[in-house]
Design a protein around this ligand. Structure first.
Ligand code: C2E
Ligand code: CA
Ligand code: CA
Length: 753
């Protein structure tokens, strides 16, 4: 020892050790721990018990070892760090030190130990230390299955870590579908998977951090100084090494000084767990953002309020009703009940925010029953005035999965006194539709009671419509995504046509949802659906407004509305269609008009123009182009429609296709170039080309057009169209005379004889 070099001093120190060791041996009797005395000067450790019984360390006569040799029983990954920490302890003369690591026992097992050391001072100098290596103190902090540290230890370590270090990154790994693995292959197999995941995580992380087995299928690692990419690499490595056994997902949270001063290790763990839950697909990794954090807190807030309101007799929950109209009569035949929630702190919250929370927490079961009850009671009231009126109630598939749903609805129906046919249940189409056959049993019970089943949002999620045959449904509600902009989407129109055909064949009723525009309605009407629903007929309204406007036919609001909806029907086709007066009738009308013509004014009366154009077989047209949107619309005068051989009502897009599609093949390029000229040069352009008339066949037409103005992103060109192969074109010079002649040769002559 540096402080005592003479032999006497040495002897006295040796005696100290002996005394101390005899004391430790006494304690030995009452503990399984390894007590020792550490000579800091020689860096030699004296144990009170023979270590050779437990580990592969070579036995010595006095149970004393060089610290370096003892470190050999420490599991590789910890050894260097623990040895270094010991050296540091000697250099810095700390008062106390605790280390946790794993050692290898004689039987080959690795066990966690906790090693605590306390310094012994003599004359103010650190000369030695007494210590205890304990297996037991760790026993409740180690997971029995994997041998990894457990969640108790995780919390302890995390809190200790946060006291000194403020930044880090916590990763929580979850084994995907462990529950299913257990159920399918047995618990023993599941345990093997858990062990394997633990071992792989340990291998990949190495000495850089501790791996904790948390509850169930979760593992946690608190990483320091890992950036996103590094965490991702680590995740991918783990995933790769587990290939063939299972997949894992991970949730990651980065915490920094400002956060860690306020939140505990347990909270950080919660966030990482949320991030893990936030993974949309299995086998993926999700980083927890501050945004998500706020969303999460807001969600918790809302959930608390939703639950509170339920306990408080559903205060804050209410229903609004959207009318469903008969497609032929445009009369209201039913209403869809839509749930709303008025939060005491946030005001009215949209269903897209709170319904997913009710679904995820299973509260939808109870709230759904409340909706059904309230809606049916309302319908009973309305049927007093409108006896055939029905109510449509949404049922999510989460509700369908709860046992007892079939009976719950039937009981509510019975209690309300409503006949089954007055109730429709809307079930959202989702990718779980394959499971609908499981639900068929439920549907059958409902159908026996006369209840109708509708598939909601049809077409929005699942492309295969063939299942329609296999499910006992009465109605499909075509999703708004097909309806909005139907006129601009050839593809959607095609799909819709197919859906309509399938539904009609399967005798399933069709309701078109989300109709907002008149031209959407016009197009849908051609397909002959059974019902309409959408803002064009009414938004979701509160009970009273709905009653006044859709139920109580004596109310002025009802009458006003009915009139409006009646006019929507009338506008389905243009008045008069294309039943033009014949050429002969036109001539008569013209004659009558001429007889009344004031002879002292040069203005040709406007109302005579169409007849003159008719006599002249000259059609007027207007085209609207939006090339980017692929939109080509053609509007034609009645005469033009006749010249083009159009006998039935057509949409402007169809008129365009009719005209363009009949240009003779040889002339398409020429016409395209001409139209380009009209568009780009703004010049008046004359084209003559061969056109295939639907009845007459090939005709020569002349077309003159000019670009006039742009409207709403569309280019507008106007012009006239005339068939010219029926025109008589006299030659400029007569053989005999310099005269210009008229058609019938018998009339007037200009010029000189
Ligand atoms: P949904 O069943 O498809 O209901 C139709 C939704 O489309 C309603 O939105 C309605 O307001 C909206 N809508 C109707 N016509 C138009 C239109 O012309 N244009 C546009 N842009 N939207 C239109 P809301 O009320 O926000 O409901 C959203 C969803 O919440 C519902 O979609 C339904 O899936 C769910 N939901 C509402 N109430 C309940 C309920 O009581 N139980 C369950 N399980 N789900 C409900
Ligand atoms: Ca619905
Ligand atoms: Ca819908």
């Amino acid at each position: 020892m540096t402080t005592c070099t003479d032999g006497q001093c040495n002897t006295s120190f040796k005696r100290d050790i002996d005394n101390y060791l005899s004391m430790l041996r006494l304690f030995n009797e009452s503990t399984e721990d390894f007590l020792y005395f550490w000579d800091l000067e020689d860096d030699r450790v004296y144990f009170a018990r023979n270590l050779g019984e437990y580990s592969d360390i070579l036995e010595t006569s006095d149970n004393s070892y060089r610290r370096y040799d003892i470190c050999k029983v420490i599991v590789d990954e910890y050894r260097e760090r623990i040895f270094e920490a010991g050296c540091e302890y000697i250099r810095q003369s700390k008062d106390k030190m605790t280390q946790e690591y794993r050692i290898r026992l004689k039987n080959g097992k690795n066990v966690w130990v906790s090693n605590t050391v306390t310094t012994i001072y003599k004359d103010g100098k650190a000369i030695a230390a007494s210590g205890c290596i304990s297996l037991n103190s760790m026993s409740n902090k180690v997971d029995a299955l994997t041998g990894l540290l457990n969640s108790i230890k995780f919390r302890e370590d995390m809190d200790a870590y946060l006291e000194t270090q403020k930044c880090g990154c916590l990763v929580v790994f979850g084994i995907d579908g462990l529950k299913d693995i257990n159920a399918k292959y047995g618990r023993d197999f599941g345990d093997c998977i858990v062990k394997k995941v633990g071992a792989v995580l340990k291998d990949v992380v190495g000495a850089q951090a501790r791996v904790y087995r948390m509850l169930g299928d979760e593992f946690a690692i608190n990483l320091h100084h890992y950036d996103h990419d590094e965490v991702e690499v680590l995740f991918n490595n783990v995933q790769f090494l587990l290939k063939g056994s299972c997949t894992i997902s991970a949730g990651v949270v980065y915490y920094n000084e400002s956060q860690s001063s306020e939140i505990s290790g347990a909270e950080i763990y919660q966030y990482a767990e949320n991030a893990l839950d936030g993974n949309e697909t299995v086998g993926s990794i999700n980083f927890f953002s501050t945004e998500q954090h706020e969303q999460y807190l807001a969600r918790l807030d809302l959930l608390e309020e939703l639950q509170g309101s339920m306990r408080n007799n559903y205060e804050g929950y209410f229903l609004v009703y959207q009318p469903i109209m008969d497609a032929v009569s445009h009369h209201p035949v039913g209403a869809e009940a839509l749930l709303r929630y008025k939060s005491p702190t946030k005001g009215v919250v949209g269903p897209d925010r709170f319904i997913p929370i009710l679904e995820e927490t299973g509260l939808i079961e109870q709230v759904g029953n409340w909706v059904a009850k309230t809606a049916m009671e309302q319908c009973v009231e309305w049927r007093k005035k409108q006896p055939d009126f029905y109510i449509s109630v949404n049922v999510s598939y989460i509700q369908l999965e709860k046992c007892g749903i079939a009976e719950d609805i039937l009981t509510i129906l019975q209690e309300s006194g409503l006949p089954g046919r007055a109730l429709t249940l809307e079930i959202t189409e989702s990718n779980r539709i394959e499971r609908y056959s499981d639900f068929n049993e439920i549907f059958k019970k409902w159908k026996q009671a006369g209840i109708k089943i509708a598939i909601d949002d049809f077409g929005s999620g699942y492309a295969n419509f063939s299942h329609l045959k296999n499910i006992a449904v009465d109605k499909i509600k075509i999703d708004r995504c097909f309806v909005s902009g139907i006129n601009d989407n050839e593809y959607n129109l095609q799909i819709l046509t197919n859906i309509f055909e399938l539904a009609h064949n399967a005798q399933v009723l069709i309701c078109c949802e989300g109709i907002e525009e008149r031209d959407e309605l016009n197009t849908l009407a051609l397909m002959e659906p059974d019902e309409y629903q959408g803002y064009i007929f009414g938004r979701p309204f509160d009970r009273q407004f709905f009653t006044d406007t859709y139920i109580d036919s004596e109310n002025s609001a009802y009458q006003e509305r009915a009139q409006k909806h009646e006019s929507l029907k009338a506008s389905r086709k243009p008045a008069n269609g294309y039943d033009l007066p014949s050429h002969k009738d036109g001539l008569q009308i013209l004659k009558a008009k001429i007889s009344k013509l004031p002879l002292d004014r040069m203005d040709l009366p406007l109302d005579m123009c169409p007849y003159i154009l008719q006599m002249m077989d000259t059609g007027l047209w207007m085209m609207l182009f939006n090339e980017k949107a692929g939109e080509y619309l053609m509007y034609v005068s009645r005469t033009c429609a006749r010249i083009l051989g159009i006998t039935e009502y057509m949409e402007p897009a169809e008129v365009f296709r009719h005209w363009y599609g009949r240009i003779s093949e040889d002339h398409v390029y020429y016409v395209n170039r001409g139209v380009d000229k009209i568009l780009n040069k703004g010049e008046m352009v004359q084209l003559e080309y061969t056109w295939n008339h639907p009845e007459i066949g090939e005709v020569t037409v002349r077309c003159v057009g000019i670009r006039v103005l742009d409207v709403g992103g569309r280019i507008c060109i106007v012009g006239y169209h005339r068939t010219i192969n029926d025109l008589v074109r006299p030659s400029i010079l007569d053989e005999s005379n310099n005269v210009e002649g008229s058609q019938d040769g018998g009339g007037m002559y200009f010029g000189s004889k």
